[in-house]
Design a protein around this ligand. Structure first.
Ligand code: NAD
Ligand code: TYD
Length: 357
């Protein structure tokens, strides 16, 4: 059975990887991308897809109810995959307002529009609203705490994670109140092609190429559970096709790494793969900087449920995924260079304090 998807945030990092995945695996499905093209959205991420007959890109805001209503009706959408969000913790600390607007109000707008569309069409059983969320809603773990499971209580600590938690609660409520067929996924840190240059892994690759300091927050011992973006997309695929409405699925890579170790692994890969680095070995560029306020210490995902119920496991180890990612950034200067804009430089100046340690 073919689907008609509305992919919000489909020009961002994970959204665009998902659209490539979906168009490759389900070439007969209709895919409509709705994206506001904020600083993080980039139409170049969709290169090669825009010529397809059953693909459409629409620039617009998920908070625009009449636009969303129109797209749901005219495109006869049965599946929303909702990626659109303000997604960067550091930016949420500098300016939380946009996070509440897009992540909470935007998700509410989509839910209301989809509810009315679903009801107007006599509540078809195949409709799905997939809400793509984060493990950060669960808060921070101590070194010996068990990994986050689907029943871990929410305890978000940043404006980003609080706004995502708010959106998760709304999605959950629409299932319980209206029986709208929603599903939530909470995923760990992603990395891979098309990730915006201000996030940790692309930032380290690009700064190394430019001979700029590699800023590591605090003592560098914060732990993240890294998942290659292609594995996230394959998990979302099984959730859309086999997940049960009303359920939450945690998605993670079983790849817990301290930030400083991750940066060292990246430096070694850069030394090996990049010709003529301005500073060699690259790890001479590592610079400890002032910590992020409220910096969560550790995230880790228990992905047993999606493994046992839906048969999904990640296929890429962190060593393989980092190698693929470094190679991608080394061969895609033309993709990332234009993104180092004035706006990017202004954000960079505001966010980093290089004098403190
Ligand atoms: P991203 O910042 O790269 O992309 C977000 C996209 O949403 C951009 O294309 C942007 O233009 C678009 N957008 C922002 N506001 C919009 C609005 N009001 N209307 C329409 N479009 C808008 O983010 P990402 O890293 O690809 O994350 C995608 C989703 O996955 C987010 O919901 C995020 O919370 C979640 N997530 C991300 C990670 C991660 O490690 N990056 C991990 C788990 C979950
Ligand atoms: P990030 O990619 O911003 O993801 P998140 O904060 O959502 O997990 O950062 C990943 C980790 O890397 C996080 O612990 C913060 C740290 N970090 C640095 O040490 N330096 C940096 O320049 C950045 C962007 C992040």
């Amino acid at each position: 059975m073919s689907r008609r998807l509305l992919v919000t945030g489909g020009a961002g990092f994970i959204g665009s990887n998902f659209v490539h995945h979906w168009c490759q695996h389900y070439p007969n499905d209709r895919v409509v991308v709705l994206d506001a093209l904020t600083y993080a959205g980039n139409r170049a991420n969709l290169a090669g897809l825009e010529e397809r007959e059953n693909f459409r890109f629409v620039q617009g805001d998920i908070c625009d109810r009449s636009l969303v209503d129109r797209l749901l009706q005219t495109e006869n959408i049965d599946t929303i995959t909702h990626f659109a969000a303000e997604s960067h913790v550091d930016r949420s600390i500098l300016g939380p307002g946009a996070f509440v607007q897009t992540n909470v109000v935007g998700t509410y707008t989509l839910l209301e529009a989809f509810r009315q569309h679903w009801q107007a069409n006599s509540q078809p059983a195949n409709y799905r609203f997939l809400h793509v969320s984060t493990d950060e809603v669960y808060g921070s773990l101590g070194a010996d705490d068990p990994a986050f499971s689907e029943t871990t209580p929410y305890a978000p600590n940043s404006p980003y994670s609080a706004s995502k938690a708010g959106s998760d609660h709304l999605v959950r409520a629409y299932y319980h109140t209206y029986e709208l067929p929603t599903i939530i996924t909470n995923c760990s840190n992603n990395y891979g092609p098309y990730q915006f240059p201000e996030k940790l892994i692309p930032l380290m690759c690009i700064n190394t190429l430019m001979g700029k300091p590699l800023p590591v927050y605090g003592d560098g011992k914060n732990v993240r559970d890294w998942l290659y973006v292609g594995d996230h997309c394959s998990a979302l695929d099984v959730v859309i096709n086999r997940g049960a409405p009303g359920e939450t699925y945690n998605i993670g890579g079983n790849n817990e790494v301290e930030n400083i170790n991750l940066v060292q692994m990246l430096c070694e890969l850069m030394d090996e793969l990049a010709p003529e680095l301005p500073v060699h070995p690259a790890q001479n560029l590592i610079t400890f900087v002032k910590d992020r306020p409220g910096h969560d210490r550790r995230y880790a995902i228990n992905a047993t449920k999606i493994k046992t119920q839906l048969g999904w496991t990640p296929s890429v180890t962190v060593a393989e995924g980092l190698r693929l990612t470094v190679k991608w950034y080394l061969t895609h200067h033309d993709w990332w260079q234009p993104l180092l804009s004035e706006e990017y430089q202004a954000y960079y100046q505001k966010n980093y304090v290089f004098s403190a340690s």
